[in-house]
Design a protein around this ligand. Structure first.
Ligand code: FDA
Length: 296
């Protein structure tokens, strides 16, 4: 890992715990280790909100190189290691043609993923981007039907989005949501966010799509397991997901019990923003990271 991490005013141990490195080789190495313990992987090249078309192109090239490296190491086959993409990192926020540029760039990443026999999931950012992201998803799914979406249970709109996406072949990652959002669009109380998560889970589990339960919350994981069983879902018809470095022991326990577990691995130079943003955006996330320093 480059010396940017050595010089950072953040403990190296903290950074390394959540971000395995800055380079494609670091991400591929982390993916190989996770695969060795039967966990699947989704890799995010860190960076977002770019207003520079050159930077967006660099991000696309990095994803294409990453996908080739994963295929070369036989890690990506059958979707075992896929990628997560923030559309704002590939041009969505650019003035004028941002949405079209992001769609074209995302399409290149989807093509590389298809060649590597794997998939792409579009991360969800703040609520001002939700409509644009879902419309790009719909376009991509015409050519790459297994492109995944992320829905955030803190948004009032998400139950309806779940209904719309709980269809055959549709991969939906359900998370609570990590951005600071106004009360006009999002539940502010964590209990309301959790209740919404359960309502959304019920819709996704009853539907025909492929739910991806992205949470470290033991109560929600138990509820997801119960709903999967109630709906007679086979273990390969849904999966659990957690972030790299968080509840690592629980990740392996879930995988060892015969469930599919995928770990979200962020890498890249932009790691500082990833950590700081998570800690700053919601008090719950600060507790979340601090707690993970003392528990596994
Ligand atoms: P939360 O942080 O509320 O924690 C709930 C409970 O989990 C705790 O009360 C505790 O019981 C348990 N817990 C948590 N950490 C623990 C620890 N270290 N040790 C023991 N117990 C612990 N967000 C977004 O807006 N857009 C996105 O695209 C994504 N993508 C994404 C992918 C994946 C794979 C994940 C896991 C998450 C995201 N997120 C996201 C982030 C998500 O929205 C959310 O901010 C975090 O996952 C934290 O929420 P939790 O559901 O884990 O619960």
């Amino acid at each position: 890992m480059r010396d940017t991490i050595e010089k950072a005013p953040v403990s190296r141990a903290v950074v390394h715990r959540y971000v395995p490195g800055t380079d494609v080789a670091d991400a591929v190495g982390a993916a190989a280790e996770l695969r060795a313990t039967n966990r699947m992987v989704t890799i995010d090249y860190l960076g977002e909100d770019t207003l520079d078309a050159g930077q967006a192109a660099h991000t696309v090239d990095t994803y294409v190189g990453l996908l080739r490296a994963l295929a070369d190491k036989e890690l990506s086959q059958f979707g075992a290691a896929e990628v997560s993409v923030k559309l704002s990192a590939v041009g969505q926020a650019l003035p004028n043609d941002g949405e079209k540029i992001a769609l074209d760039n995302a399409r290149r990443i989807c093509e590389a993923a298809k060649e590597a026999d794997t998939t792409v999931t579009l991360d969800m950012e703040d609520h001002t981007t939700t409509d644009s992201t879902l419309s790009i998803l719909a376009e991509l799914r015409q050519d790459f039907p297994d492109t995944g979406a992320v829905l955030q249970s803190y948004l009032h709109r998400t139950e309806q989005d779940c209904r719309d996406l709980a269809t055959a072949g549709s991969r939906v990652r359900l998370c609570k949501g990590a951005y600071k959002e106004p009360a006009s669009v999002a539940y502010q109380d964590s209990e309301d966010v959790d209740l919404s998560y359960v309502r959304c889970l019920k819709i996704l589990m009853a539907g025909e799509g492929y739910p991806m339960i992205a949470s470290h919350d033991p109560r929600l994981i138990d509820i997801a397991r119960a709903l999967a069983s109630r709906h007679g879902r086979e273990p390969d018809s849904y999966e659990f997901q957690m972030l790299y470095g968080i509840r690592t022991d629980e990740q392996t326990r879930i995988a060892d019990r015969g469930h599919q577990m995928r770990v979200y691995v962020p890498f890249g130079e932009e790691w500082y923003g990833y950590l700081m943003r998570r800690m700053a955006e919601r008090p719950a996330n600060l507790q979340f990271f601090l707690r993970s320093l003392v528990t596994k």
